[in-house]
Design a protein around this ligand. Structure first.
Ligand code: SAH
Length: 354
């Protein structure tokens, strides 16, 4: 599931097969959802039998599905070591976005994020990352009755910090972009980071997809408390890395995410400071109304405070949108994912009919 074309060709070479086998097999798996070697009619019975003995194609196991009134779906997937992760499907009129996880839990400890409370267990493998996309695409085709591609956009905005797992994230992205697999354009794949500065250049080299940065504060003093990795890589370094990321591509912008926390970062003065800060970066701003979760101290900013904040940014010439809250009735909204459940008995999880 996680082998990109190069790795699959190498795997085939190990079986004494030619590289073009990778191009025959990828569409079966990713475009047609076939995992049974014997059903891949163009590879020959002999090779199918040898693959049967050598390899399995498998996605993480579905433990539960929750469907929100707005069509948002959240899936809990069980991994072979007893951990579990969450993935969210967000249908919109002009696109269908899948929000995927890159780690079990997260080590970055952002103050306002539910995933942080779970701690960090481990990196996902490329197979576990692509497996979320594979499951979503083929499951949705079945339940929605589509016979063509459902997913148009992929965002690495689920559990985990993707830039701390580039070893697996980069080959996973290669599968998403490969025309023999998902064939997504690199602008329709977005990696979001809390600001792991040294990894940004590595992402650009390995998989130059769209980049989103979780900013959440206009100054270091506040950002240090909300996004602790800021103490290591302060805002000035982060923005310099952002400028480098889009350098040479006039069409590209960095998306800055900003969770609206009442009384913490939503003051008009902070909006003006943010506008000044982002003057030197090709930017668009995504304001995210804070999504509460059990045990949090933070409160969502009032709608009027969010509108005022947005208007200040717009007046300063910054492209700004308020992210519509989706799937919060099923704890599927930004910052609410918390599927890390090492050894949690699966009994507590409701298995919905799928
Ligand atoms: N670790 C990466 C990927 C997660 S993306 C990153 O930090 O960018 C998830 C986005 O939702 C991030 O911008 C995150 O800061 C934001 N977020 C986290 N908790 C939130 C909450 N409770 N309400 C709204 N947004 C939240």
């Amino acid at each position: 599931m996680g082998l990109d074309r190069t790795s699959l060709a190498a795997f085939m070479a190990g079986l004494g097969e030619k590289a073009f086998r990778a191009q025959q097999i990828l569409p079966w798996i990713h475009q047609r959802g076939v995992t049974d070697w014997s059903a891949m009619t163009n590879i020959g019975k002999g090779l199918a039998a040898r693959l049967q003995a050598a390899a399995t194609v498998r996605a993480p196991e579905l433990l539960s599905e929750h469907v929100s009134a707005d069509g948002t779906r959240k899936w809990l997937f069980g991994l072979t070591d007893g951990n579990a992760i969450e993935t969210v499907f967000i249908p919109e009129t002009d696109r269908n976005t899948l929000c995927i996880s890159s780690q079990v839990g997260c080590a970055l400890d952002c103050a306002f994020c539910a995933t942080a409370q779970q701690g960090f267990a481990r990196n996902l493998t490329a197979a576990e990352i692509v497996g979320q996309v594979w499951f979503a695409e083929h499951h949705l085709r079945r339940v929605l009755g589509h016979d063509e591609r459902v997913l148009s956009n992929i965002v690495f905005m689920g559990m985990g910090e993707p830039l701390l797992n580039l070893k697996e994230v980069i080959p996973a992205i290669a599968v998403l972009l490969d025309d023999y697999a998902y064939g997504l354009s690199r602008r329709r794949v977005t990696v979001s980071t809390a600001g792991v500065v040294p990894a940004m250049a590595r992402l650009q080299e390995g998989a130059p997809v769209s980049l989103a940065v979780s900013l959440h504060a206009p100054d270091d003093a506040l950002r240090d408390t909300l996004v602790p990795i800021n103490r290591k890589y302060p805002i000035a370094e982060l923005l310099e890395a952002c400028r480098a990321y889009v350098r040479g591509d006039a069409r590209r912008r960095i998306t800055f995410e900003y969770a609206m926390l009442a009384g913490v970062n939503d003051d008009p003065q902070q909006a003006r400071a943010l506008a000044r800060l982002l003057r030197t970066v090709p930017a668009k701003v995504n304001l995210i109304p804070f999504n509460p979760f059990p045990g949090t101290q933070f409160l969502r900013s009032a709608p009027e405070a969010i509108d005022r904040f947005r208007d200040i940014l717009l007046q300063a010439g910054l492209m700004t949108v308020t992210r519509r809250t989706r799937g919060d009735g099923i704890q599927a909204a930004c910052g609410q994912l918390a599927g890390v459940v090492r050894e949690r008995p699966h009994r507590v999880v409701q298995l919905h009919a799928v």
